[in-house]
Design a binder for this molecule. Sequence first.
Ligand SMILES: C[S@@+](CC[C@H](N)C(=O)[O-])C[C@H]1O[C@@H](n2cnc3c(N)ncnc32)[C@H](O)[C@@H]1O
Length: 194
Amino acid sequence: MTVFDSLASGYDLGMLPLEAAILRRMRRRAFPGVAGQVLELGVGTGVNLPLYPPEATIVAVDHSAPMLRQALRRPARAPVCAVQADIHHLPFRDGAFDAVTGSLVFCSVTEPGRALAEVHRVLRPGGRLVLLEHTRGRGLGAWLTDRLHPLWFAWNGVCHLNRETARAVHQAGFRLLREETRVLGIFRLLEGVK
Ligand SMILES: C[S@@+](CC[C@H](N)C(=O)[O-])C[C@H]1O[C@@H](n2cnc3c(N)ncnc32)[C@H](O)[C@@H]1O
């Protein structure tokens, strides 16, 4: 049982304002170009699934069964297979994927370094990592996310507002090819290569 189990049914509705203001456009910049054997981490209700091209094959991982059930109802052009698993222990062989994707996931995984080491393991050499994350901001954004984080985390117990996800991706051995930021550097589209 994860905190996300109870959020699954109301998740899309709760996210509507943020989707309309920021995320929808960033998702469209991030995921339509991803093809081949793709692993999506923390797929949630499957918001990204309609964006993948028909040539891709998606393995959608989440540790929350209610989230996966919602994801499987989502229309998609690519074939989707859902796997209930923890990102820290991915049940896939080394180099199994051409690309690994995720959105709004590394704010809530317990050990980002360990999870990224697993991602690195299951990606083939030259494979791409495409993430859309909210992170510690830049300048005023850094000040804001640092100030708000303790209150936010005390309330929900799972989501970190000030994670340095770009740095963690670099430290996990990926070469960063693209980093696009929005809203004081808080929202980031990161693309790395193994
Ligand atoms: C904030 S939601 C984001 C959902 C979706 N990717 C999106 O962009 O709307 C985070 C998702 O990651 C999943 N998650 C968090 N930590 C996980 C872990 N360690 N292993 C597998 N899934 C995880 C949660 O169950 C949840 O569905």
